[in-house]
Write a protein of this length. Structure first.
Length: 381
């Protein structure tokens, strides 16, 4: 048993190294100067050496796009609720994703333009749950990169973000700032006919949640959110500390090639009490676009295998988070505990679960231990 534990520990260590390498590749590297980078809303009079897009420098093997007929277009006779569901469910499948973000408007007196961000990934979106008025979708990255010698790497697999959709949701959890979330009860009239999209981090902790409404004009489907606050994404908190949250609107469009997420964000500065900093509330406006293009003949089997081995573990994690969200009005998630991040501990537990190291009951206790360490209830009285 000791030899098996050592083997698992070694495998877990390598797994975490791979995760760190992937996160570093996706988020922190600057693009090579000799590569041609495309971006619009340029700042032509800025020092161009400072405006080289940051993001992933790697390339992957070529993929084959797989355009499709838009499901909702063939379902015009269905009720709007059913067309909404079809639009959400159509986000399943294998994709090449590209991510582009750039500050378009400076909102401070001595504003200095920041380098835009570009990256990419290949990922599969799995259906986790469909209860009619509730749909859950899990993103799993399955990345292969072209090595210096021209060979293709083995696949890097990582659980990515999750999106939960709830019809006519009246119980939302909003990000306040400074790693704090709070419950907001919404009037039934406001949520009538709308869907909430709740987005969760790679470790299944909450990120943001917003109400929005689907429309189905012509041959496309569009969901537009209400304005919502969001924590800084990795692409930002890994390099910046001069603002505290994004405040913006999301628009999702289902099209022939897959789907697109557009973001219109304000970069917001807070005081210590989660309120807006009066002297300088906003640094800049940012435009973002993530394109998810359907692909075929790409081997996602490593992602299938990962999800097969770990889905039960992540189901236990989601269950515990539902308890927290259902019983806590306001809470804070610690950035780290004993120099470890929550996602590091959760990924390690997922790896151990995949290798059969713990019983279900022990996994429940370990999950509870980790979330008790990282999640702190805040008294609202």
């Amino acid at each position: 048993m000791e030899n098996k534990s050592n083997e698992i520990s070694c495998r877990t260590h390598k797994f975490l190294i791979a995760i760190g390498l992937m996160a570093f590749t996706l988020s922190n590297l600057a693009l090579c100067q000799d590569k041609i980078s495309q971006y619009t809303f340029a700042w032509p009079f800025e020092d161009q050496t400072k405006m080289v897009p940051r993001g992933g420098t790697t390339t992957g093997p070529s993929v084959t796009l797989a355009p499709r007929n838009i499901p909702t277009h063939t379902s015009k006779n269905l009720a709007k609720f059913e067309r909404d569901r079809i639009a959400i469910l159509s986000m399943q499948g294998g994709y090449r994703a590209t991510f582009d973000f750039i500050e378009t408007v400076g909102l401070t007196k001595n504003y200095e333009a920041k380098a835009p961000y570009q990256s990419w990934g290949t990922e599969f979106i799995y259906l986790v749950e469909d209860r009619g008025d509730f749909i859950s979708l899990q993103h799993i990255l399955v990345m292969r990169i072209i090595m210096e010698d021209g060979s293709v790497s083995e696949p890097f697999v990582m659980k990515h973000w999750r999106q939960d959709w709830q019809y006519e949701d009246t119980d939302l959890h909003q990000y306040k700032g400074h790693n704090v979330w709070s419950r907001k009860v919404v009037d039934k009239e406001l949520s009538r006919g709308k869907w909430s999209q709740a987005v969760f981090q790679v470790d299944d902790s909450p990120r943001y949640e917003a109400l929005g409404e689907w429309s189905h004009p012509g041959k496309i489907s569009i969901w537009t959110s209400h304005q919502t606050r969001r924590p800084l994404p990795r692409r930002e908190f890994s390099v910046r500390s001069d603002y505290h949250l994004l405040e913006g609107v999301n628009r999702l469009t289902i099209n022939f090639n897959g789907w697109v997420q557009e973001e219109d964000n304000l970069k917001k500065v807070l005081g210590r009490d989660e309120k807006v900093e009066n002297e300088m509330p906003y640094l800049a406006r940012e435009a973002g676009i993530a394109r998810y293009e359907l692909i075929k003949n790409y081997d996602f089997s490593a992602g299938d295998e990962y999800w097969k081995k770990t889905s039960q573990f992540w189901s236990l994690v989601r269950s515990y988070w539902r308890q927290i969200l259902g019983s806590t009005e306001k809470f804070k998630i610690l950035a780290s505990y004993e120099d470890r991040k929550l996602y590091q501990n959760m990924f390690q537990l997922a790896d151990e679960a995949a290798n059969g190291l713990h019983s279900t009951e022990k996994l429940k206790r370990l999950i509870e231990t980790e979330l008790t360490r990282f999640v702190q209830a805040i008294d609202t009285k």
